[in-house]
Design a protein around this ligand. Structure first.
Ligand SMILES: [Fe+2]
Length: 160
């Protein structure tokens, strides 16, 4: 009797949890784009900041820098860090993106001795030279191991 009572209670708990908590925390039909967040980089340290001229000279190398935590530094520890930054470009006459660059950050204070045992850190700031002859939009994406996916965008033109 006691055993069947426990079984019924367990079933009731499962039913209550299933009714209150949906499986997963997001709507799968919304797609991965719905998981990206953005905001004002001056107050939200996760938002990638894309620094480059708004006007490129056709075919000339132009430096594009992407920074996470430009105004307020983001933590960089084994427990909380930026894992990667990716940069895309969509020409104005297209709807399909080019992947411009992808950066992985692999040092967050850990070593073979364990977490927070080294003095080596890869800060989430990258610069690359890009050449293009068409206007378009750069999109930066980044991933924080605690706070998820973040994005920003910056349009550029080509000098006449
Ligand atoms: Fe974070």
């Amino acid at each position: 009797m006691l055993r069947s009572s426990r079984y019924i209670v367990a079933l009731m708990v499962v039913a209550i949890v299933a009714a209150v908590a949906p499986i997963g925390s997001s709507d799968a039909s919304a797609g991965i784009a719905s998981l990206y967040r953005t905001g004002d980089w001056r107050s939200e340290k996760h938002v990638p900041v894309i620094d480059c001229p708004v006007e490129f000279k056709a075919g000339e190398p132009t430096t594009v820098t992407v920074t996470i935590g430009k105004e307020t530094e983001h933590p960089n520890t084994a427990a909380h860090h930026i894992r990667w930054i990716r940069l895309y470009f969509i020409p104005a006459d297209s709807t399909l993106p080019y992947e411009v660059a992808s950066f992985e950050f692999s040092a967050h204070g850990e070593s073979v001795l364990g977490t927070d045992t080294s003095t080596l850190y890869t800060d989430p700031k990258v610069s690359i030279d890009v050449r293009t002859g068409v206007p378009g939009v750069f999109y930066a994406a980044a991933y924080c191991n605690i706070h998820g996916l973040w994005e920003s965008a910056k349009a550029i033109t080509i000098a006449e």
